[in-house]
Design a protein around this ligand. Structure first.
Ligand code: AMP
Length: 427
């Protein structure tokens, strides 16, 4: 098959690495890709917002299957447009992608189908929203309805903070003013991510992961797109995974099917494991980044038939095999991230780092300049390790990190701390 991946981050590098390893793959393209992806696929310049250009390219290269990485093109309906042009594509339609693009839509769907999630109200104006906050008290969570690149959620510790968040969201600080916000109760527990593959009618479990959103050690400092992740999440026992499938994922897929919005693709459930059981915080309609990187390292089976079965509605009797080992990824970011940062600094030592046993490096934001690899984004590299325990995976990942010579970059030194604290000490 000729396969085209859309996207340019560490998630897409992990997908390219796994898809390139499939015996079903003849030729792999990635648009726009990065310097690491170029080792597994031919990178092509395409604007992902220009669906007509993607269709033209796919037709010109006889592409059999397109795998869409990021949420923005999914929410803009790229799968609908590719399929309408006769090109098979993996990912939800625009209608089904509302699970990520509209928090209000997802909350209403959960309520109507008894899917456990925090109690909430939707608001179109600041006045009633503030009244509700004052009546409910703090802590309370304020969310903008649309896609906001991770900046649309404020967990307010005080009523004043919640009121400021309401003004900020309706006032247009997030780029465009929000038309609607959701205000919901604050859930208490431990967060985990869970991934499932859906074919429109049913779903199969992929795996769990936990990520580190804050920029600094000890989970301190501003939020980022994710500074590291590991899989599996120790809190997601087999029993908890079954509950999440039965109480959250499958009811969602079935409810959408009933409305005609058949959900095909990866469903990424952000969960809070509370003392009452798993509660849905939010859905994303694609693999997480950097969670995808650790999932791909743990997946033993060929990914390509699984993605095709999801697209074709054939997951009912499908099975995937996983390595029992843990995988962990450390994100190396440009100094200054998640604020402003420079581009173009030289990264050395990648070949030496790749030699550390049990490691894999995925590129997130790099560009090649002849033989040199230059930083080209905020999150730049995903240095991954695998091992019998999260601790071993972490040790290997940091051994590789320490071989990378990049003075303009930084990383957290404690990725996986929560899981490692739970593991039995090595004797
Ligand atoms: P979201 O973009 O919806 O995943 O929210 C971003 C982060 O805000 C989550 O990862 C949680 O840490 C936090 N959060 C969101 N909703 C809630 C909630 N209802 N209760 C507690 N924390 C929340």
């Amino acid at each position: 098959m000729n396969i085209l991946i859309l996207g340019s981050g560490g998630r897409e590098h992990a997908l390219a690495w796994k898809i390139a390893a499939s015996p079903l793959t003849d030729k792999l393209y990635c648009a726009p890709g990065n310097a690491g992806i170029a080792q597994d696929a031919e990178c092509v310049v395409l604007d992902l917002a220009d669906h007509a250009a993607a269709i033209k390219f796919a037709k010109s290269k006889s592409i059999d299957f397109v795998v869409v990485g990021p949420e923005a093109p999914l929410c803009a309906g790229i799968v609908d447009d590719l399929e309408a042009a006769g090109i098979k594509a993996f990912g939800p339609t625009k209608w089904a992608a509302r699970l990520e693009c509209s928090k209000g839509f997802t909350k209403d769907l959960c309520k109507a189908n008894n899917i456990p999630t925090a109690a909430y109200r939707r608001f179109k104006g600041a006045g009633p929203a503030k009244e509700y906050v004052r009546a409910q008290g703090a802590p309370i969570v304020v969310k903008a309805d649309g896609l906001a690149a991770g900046k649309g959620v404020v967990v307010a510790e005080t009523i004043k903070e919640a009121e400021d968040a309401i003004d900020m969201m309706f006032g247009g600080v997030l780029g465009a003013p929000t038309w609607e916000i959701v205000i919901e109760d604050c859930l208490i527990g431990e967060e985990a991510s869970f991934f499932a593959l859906c074919d429109g009618e049913t779903a199969i479990a992929l795996a769990s992961a936990q990520d580190h959103k804050r920029v600094g050690d000890g989970d301190k400092g501003p939020n980022t797109g994710g500074m590291g992740a590991y899989s599996p999440a120790p809190i997601m026992t087999a029993q908890m995974e079954k509950r999440v499938m039965d109480e959250i994922v499958l009811p969602t897929v079935r409810a959408l099917a009933k409305t005609g919005a058949h959900y095909k693709g990866v469903l990424f459930a952000g969960l809070m494991i509370t003392d009452k059981g798993p509660q849905l915080i939010e859905y994303n309609v694609r693999f997480g980044d950097p969670e995808c990187q650790v999932l791909m390292l743990r997946l033993m089976s060929d990914l390509v038939p699984a993605l095709i079965a999801a697209r074709d509605g054939q997951l009912k009797n499908f099975d995937l095999r996983w390595y029992a080992d843990a995988a962990l990824t450390v994100v190396m970011a440009a100094k200054g991230y998640p604020g402003s940062y420079g581009k173009g600094s030289v990264i050395k030592g990648l070949d030496g780092a790749a030699q550390v046993e049990g490691t894999q490096i995925f590129h997130a934001g790099t560009v090649a300049d002849g033989k040199r690899i230059l930083a080209n984004g905020g999150r730049v590299l995903n240095v991954c390790g695998c091992g019998k325990s999260v601790r071993e995976a972490q040790t290997r990942a940091y051994q590789a990190v320490d071989r990378i010579k990049w003075p303009d970059g930084f990383c957290r030194r404690d990725i996986g701390w929560r899981a490692i604290a739970r593991e039995k000490p090595v004797v």
